[in-house]
Design a protein around this ligand. Structure first.
Ligand code: TRP
Length: 447
C-alpha cells in the first residue's frame, strides 16, 4: 500500500476529521451540564488548563504512535514494541471503543428522534411538565429509542464503508463547517435574548468557591472524554496523517476547535436557560428537557429547536465515525476482513450490547451494576477507568519503552521542523501526564 493513498489527503482534512471525532455529544450535551453543576466559569478555566497542559501532549502521543507505525491500535504496538505484550493496550482500546459506542449511540439516537419531533412541530406548545413527560416516555419506550439507535449505527457504518478518504474525510469536510455555522447561528439567537447577560456571567465569571475537588477531577476527565483520548481513536487517525504535517500544530488546531465548540455550546445554552428562568444545574437532561422549554418561549422556537438538534446529531455522527473506525481499522488490517464486512459485523456487535444500554432507561431500569443502571455503568467505567488507564499505558509505552530519538524524529518530521518545545513535551509525556492520570484513576477507585 502506498502511504500517499493510505490516509487523509490534506492537513485540513486530517484536522477536520479528527476535530469531528473530538467534537461530539461531549461538547454540546456533557460539557454544559458538567459546567452547570460545577460553578460555571471556574470549571471552564480549569478544563481549559487541562486541555492545553495535558490534552494536547496526549493527543500528540497518540498521533506519534499511529503515524510512526502506520497501523491501527493493535497493529501499532505490534510494529513498534521491542518486547511482546504491548498490543494488549490496543485490545483494551478496542474494548473501550465498543463500550463507549454502546452507550453513546443511545444519546446519538435520541437526537434523531428530537430532530423528527422538532421538524414535525411536536415540541412546541408543551408545558414544562409535558416536555419532561415526553422525554421520559420516549426514552423508556422499548421500541423507538432502539430503532433510532440502530438508524444511527447504520448511518455511521455507511460512512465507514466508503473508506478513509471518500467516507470519513469527505463527510467531515462537509459537516464540520456546517456545524460551526449552525452553532454561530444559535449563538446569535441566544445572545439577543433578554437576560443573556446573566447567562454569560455564569459562563465566564469564575466562582472558585463552587469548584470542589470532584469538580476539578471532573474537568480533567471531561478533557479526556472530549478530546477522545486513551482508546486509540487518535492512534488510528494519526496513522492517516500525512508525513509532512506537523503533529504539534495539528493537535493544537483540533484541541482549539474542540474547546471552542464547548464554549460556544455554553454561549448557546446558558443565556437561554437564564433568560427563561431554568436551572443551569439540570444535569444530563439539560439539553433534552430544559432546552425544549427555552425554544418554546422564543420567537421561531420550532425552527431553532430543529437547528439545534441537527447540530447535536452532526456532532454525534462525526464522533461515532471515529469510534467505529478504531474497530474497523483493526479488523481490516489485522484480520484482513473487507471494510464492508468489518463495518457490518462491528455494527451488529455494538448494537447487541447497545440495546441493553437503551433499554436501561425503560424495561431494564431495575437492572443495576454497582448501583447504577447499565447506561450509567458503561459511562462510568469508560470515562473514569478505561480512558485514563488506556492513556496511562500509552504514556508509559512511548515515554519509557520507546527510544526518545525516534519520538523526536516523528514529532519533528525527521528534523525538518524546529521542535523547540520538544523537551517540554517529553517531560509532560514522561512525568506530568502519567502522574495526573494516576491521580484520576486512584480518585475514581476511592470515589
Ligand atoms: N470526544 C467525543 C465527544 O466529545 C466522544 C468520543 C468519540 C470518544 N470518540 C471517542 C471518546 C474515542 C473516547 C474515545 O463526544
Amino acid at each position: 500500500m502506498n502511504n500517499e493513498h493510505r490516509g487523509f489527503t490534506s492537513n485540513i482534512g486530517a484536522i477536520l476529521a479528527a476535530a469531528g471525532g473530538a467534537v461530539g455529544l461531549g461538547n454540546i450535551w456533557r460539557y454544559p451540564y458538567m459546567l452547570g453543576q460545577n460553578g460555571g466559569g471556574a470549571f471552564l478555566l480549569v478544563n481549559m488548563f487541562f486541555v492545553l497542559a495535558i490534552g494536547i501532549p496526549l493527543m500528540m502521543t497518540e498521533f506519534v504512535i499511529g503515524r510512526r507505525s502506520q497501523r491501527n491500535v493493535v497493529g501499532a504496538y505490534k510494529k513498534l514494541e521491542r518486547k511482546k505484550g504491548w498490543a494488549t493496550i490496543g485490545y483494551f482500546g478496542i474494548l473501550g471503543a465498543v463500550l463507549i459506542y454502546a452507550f453513546y449511540s443511545v444519546v446519538a439516537g435520541w437526537t434523531l428522534n428530537y430532530i423528527v419531533m422538532a421538524c414535525s412541530n411536536q415540541l412546541s406548545g408543551l408545558t414544562p411538565a409535558e416536555v419532561s413527560e415526553t422525554f421520559a416516555s420516549f426514552t423508556s419506550d422499548s421500541f423507538w429509542p432502539v430503532f433510532y439507535q440502530l438508524m444511527f449505527l447504520i448511518l455511521t457504518a455507511l460512512v465507514i464503508t466508503f473508506g478513509v478518504q471518500k467516507g470519513i474525510e469527505k463527510v467531515s469536510k462537509i459537516l464540520m463547517p456546517v456545524l460551526f455555522i449552525l452553532l454561530l447561528l444559535m449563538c446569535v439567537r441566544s445572545l439577543t435574548l433578554p437576560g443573556a447577560k446573566e447567562g454569560l456571567g455564569f459562563l465566564f465569571h469564575p466562582d472558585f468557591s463552587k469548584l470542589t475537588g470532584a469538580g476539578i477531577l471532573g474537568a480533567l476527565g471531561q478533557s479526556f472524554f472530549s478530546l477522545s483520548l486513551g482508546m486509540g481513536a487518535m492512534v488510528t487517525y494519526g496513522s492517516y496523517i500525512r508525513k509532512e504535517d506537523s503533529l504539534f500544530k495539528t493537535s493544537v488546531w483540533i484541541s482549539v476547535c474542540d474547546l471552542m465548540v464547548a464554549i460556544l455550546a455554553g454561549v448557546v445554552i446558558f443565556p437561554a436557560v437564564f433568560s427563561f428562568g431554568m436551572d443551569p444545574a439540570g444535569g444530563p437532561q439539560l439539553v433534552y428537557v430544559v432546552l425544549p422549554n427555552v425554544f418554546n418561549n422564543m420567537p421561531m422556537g420550532a425552527l431553532f429547536a430543529a437547528v439545534f438538534f441537527v447540530l447535536l446529531g452532526i456532532a454525534a455522527l462525526t464522533s461515532t465515525i471515529s469510534l467505529q473506525e478504531i474497530i474497523v481499522a483493526f479488523t481490516v488490517e489485522e484480520l484482513h476482513w473487507s471494510r464492508r464486512k468489518s463495518s457490518i459485523i462491528s455494527l451488529l456487535v455494538i448494537f447487541a450490547i447497545g440495546v441493553f444500554c437503551t433499554l436501561s432507561f425503560g424495561p431494564l431500569s431495575d437492572v443495576k451494576l454497582l448501583d447504577r443502571t447499565i447506561f450509567d455503568f458503561f459511562d462510568l467505567i469508560t470515562a473514569s477507568y478505561l480512558m485514563p488507564i488506556g492513556a496511562l499505558a500509552m504514556t508509559i509505552f512511548l515515554g519509557w519503552f520507546y527510544p526518545k530519538v525516534e519520538v523526536k524524529d516523528e514529532i519533528t518530521n525527521g528534523g525538518t521542523l524546529k521542535g523547540s518545545l520538544f523537551e517540554v513535551y517529553y517531560f509532560i509525556l514522561r512525568y506530568v501526564a502519567p502522574l495526573a492520570l494516576i491521580v484520576i484513576i486512584i480518585s475514581g477507585i476511592i470515589g
